[in-house]
Design a protein around this ligand. Structure first.
Ligand SMILES: Nc1ncnc2c1ncn2[C@@H]1O[C@H](COP(=O)(O)OP(=O)(O)OP(=O)(O)O)[C@@H](O)[C@H]1O
Ligand SMILES: [Mg+2]
Length: 143
């Protein structure tokens, strides 16, 4: 494979029909690149949770993934309202999802905790009123 594979996706806000498409596309690319099932599954969970968060909480955003021989790096950037208290948002069960969104099955407050659990590193930066940036890295074990 080339040294670095780069993928870019724009994610629509509030479009629940398309929500999850970017993460499933990335999952397929990672499979085709020959990564193991466990790494592919972890990357897909992390990206799915981040993608859904942009759909639900930020009116959409952009995803950039880069795959090098060392790591999978996933950056999610949005121009939503931001997260006023990141520590609180990271807590299991914390959610500001509306009743309508909860009726669709989201809003358990488990997205960020899952991202922290399955990524090797997770960095969330947010400026209230301006947006949120999420960087997740998964290391690739040398063969
Ligand atoms: N991109 C974002 N923009 C603004 N707020 C966000 C964003 N991502 C997360 N949040 C805030 O952090 C909270 C916790 O996020 P988390 O993904 O853990 O739970 P959830 O999305 O509410 O529920 P679940 O992921 O279980 O469906 C959200 O309820 C929301 O308040
Ligand atoms: Mg979530």
């Amino acid at each position: 494979m080339p040294d670095v594979v780069r993928l870019h996706y724009d994610v629509d806000g509030e479009n629940f029909m398309a929500a999850g498409e970017a993460s499933s596309a990335v999952k397929n690319v990672l499979r085709r690149l020959g990564f193991g099932e466990d790494l592919v599954r972890r990357a897909a969970i992390c990206l799915y949770e981040g993608e859904i968060n942009m759909v639900i909480h930020a009116n959409g955003g952009a995803i950039d993934v880069s795959v090098s021989p060392q790591a999978i790096e996933m950056v999610l950037q949005d121009q939503g309202d931001g997260i006023p208290d990141i520590e609180q948002a990271m807590r299991e069960g914390f959610s500001t999802a509306s009743d309508r969104v909860r009726d669709l099955g989201f809003g358990a407050g488990m997205g960020l905790p899952n991202m922290r659990r399955y990524a090797d590193s997770l960095e969330v930066t947010s400026e209230p009123g301006k947006g949120t940036r999420v960087l997740m890295t998964l290391r690739i074990a040398p063969v």
